[in-house]
Each structure stands twice: as C-alpha cells, then as structure tokens.
Ligand binder design. Sequence first.
Ligand SMILES: [Zn+2]
Length: 376
Amino acid sequence: MQFKDVVGHTDLKKVLIKEVKSNRVSHAQMLLGPEGSGKLMLAIAFAQYLLCDEPAGNDSCNTCPNCLKMKTLAHPDLHFVFPVVANKTNKIASSVDRLVEWNDMVLKQGYFNLNQWQMSLDEMGKNAAIAVEESRQILKRLTLKSYSGKYKVMIIWLPERMNAQSANKLLKLLEEPPEKTIFMLVSDNAEAILPTILSRTQIIRVPSLSIDEVADYLNKRFSVDKSVALSAASLSQGNMAEAIEVSRGAQSQHVFFNLFVKLMRAAYTANPLELMDVSDEAAALDKENQKNFIKYGLHIFRESIIMNYMKGELGNLRAEEAAFLDKFARFINNHNISELMTEFNEAHYHLERNANAKILFSDLSIKLTKLIKKGI
Ligand SMILES: [Zn+2]
C-alpha cells in the first residue's frame, strides 16, 4: 500500500515521510483519530515507505522486492496484531490464526471498523480482544531476524482492546524495545488505553476525512454512483468504514430502482423487445439480489398505494423514488394491487426454490403488461 492509496491527509503524510528521511523514526507511535479516517491504511503505507529500497520524494516505489512483498501484505517484517474472538474448537487464539482473513479484509476494503471485521468472520457481538496469548506471539515474532535487514514493523490495531495483562506486557516492550522494531498503534479511543502506554508513544492525531474525500473515493474505488456516494458520505459524516457499508446498501437500492423503472416502462408500453431486455437484466443478478429485487418491487407497490390512498405519508422513500412515484403511483390501485402483490410474492417463492430466473422474469414481465393496463 502506497501513500497515494490512502485518501486525504496530505500534511500528515509529509510528516511521516519526513520522519523517515531525517532518520528520526520513533520506535513507538500511535495514530489516533476517529473511526474510518484511514489510520490503519496510513500505518501500512508508512511501513511500506520505511521498508522500500528506493523511496521517491513522497512515496514508496511499489516495485522493489520489499514493496512487492508489502503489496500483498506478505512482507516478513510486517506484523499485525488485532482483536480476535478466541475459539478453541477452531484453534483461534491470536492474530496469527486469523491472518489470511485479515489480509483479505485489508486488501479488499482497507477501511473498516471492528464490527465489520467481526461481521466478515460471522462473529458479530462476540467479545473480540487482544488477549494475553497475543503477547506471547508478539514476543515470538519479534525475536525473528529482520528479513529486509531494515526495520520490523508491528502494527497494533485497536490497542484499546487489550486486557490489563496483555497491555502490561506491551508496556514492557515499549519500555525496552527490541532493536530495529517500530510499533505503530492504531487507535480510535485513547481513553481506553493505559496512560503508561500513551506516555510511551509518540501520538499522531489523524482528523476525519471530509465528505467530499469520502464520496470521491466511494465513486472511484468501488464504482458507487456519484449521488449515492455523496449521500452515503454525508450520512456517515466522513467515516469511510461506515460510508462503504451505507453505500453498498444504497447502491443496490439504486440499481433495483433503475431496473424497476425500466420494467414498469416496458410493461406500460408493452414493448416486447424492452420486456425481454429488462427480464434478462433481472435474471443476470445473483440469486440473492433477484429475490431482493422482487422484494423491492413489493415495497414500491406498497408505497404507491400509501401515496394514493393515504396522502402525505412518504417516510420510506428516497428522493428518486418519490419523484418517480409522483407520476407512477396512480397506475397502482384497487384494480390491480392484489394481483400484483400475488405475482411478486409468487415470483419470490419460486426463486427461493431455484426456479429458472430467465423464464420466471420474462413470464412476470408479460403478466405485468396486463396488470398495469388494468390500473390505467
Ligand atoms: Zn520500494
């Protein structure tokens, strides 16, 4: 990971680079700031810069052997410590046992919070900690000889999740640091960290990202539609981890909306080519999203009825949906609503039982042409 892969923080990056250039790298540093501001990414980019053979003015080269190993997080001098849920059956005792999943999460998403990390492992709500077994592993890893002949970098994500025992062990390490070892602590919450640890680290404060920075990144990195990205970014107030999650939900709503509008237009005009086209598009969604699309249709029908018969109750609609329903809702009325609901519910039922999606959607679209006519 290079500095250029990390959103924003131009001045901070300069500070970190200057540390390396002037050979004044503190052996224990803490990146401290709000969740979703990119502290972990900064720590990794810093580690790569530190280990790079030919760092340029403001970034690592990304092509030397050390950079190539850092790119996949497989560099032997890079060590991660992070909270895990201990589990005897699965032999999970410390970060080392979750490294594959961890690297995958960092490379695919980069910005994430503890909840998302646990969600990716199906361990929501369970107690994730940096327990005392971890300190044994830390010592073991730090006795290894440096592979690059340079520094060993240990990135500790969320040191606030250390229990008293492991925190005390870490404190000892910070007091008598092993040679050529850099500790990078990445924390959301300094108040939950032992003051003695805090006083041993050089604290670097990382501010929130701006809404524009977050929106721009969602759009470029995850191809989130611009308007969706902007609303996800402002809802999350610059928390990139949260914005990624919000935008994923919102993005699929946006995709379903476009598809639904297309389907209704094709049904209204009874244009066979368009009908075929849109049913192919729906059938091309993955299984889960085919069902979600059907549920989305049911939601829009329900909202149309509410709009027609109970004016002024539009709490559940997004702006693009409200604008569409303003014209569309009147075609959904007591002449067709119950049949429409039945058809969509049946489609959902059959999709759950692995019906052929192509046949199902083309069948549904033909039925729709008749049902929409009933409402005109
Ligand atoms: Zn390099």
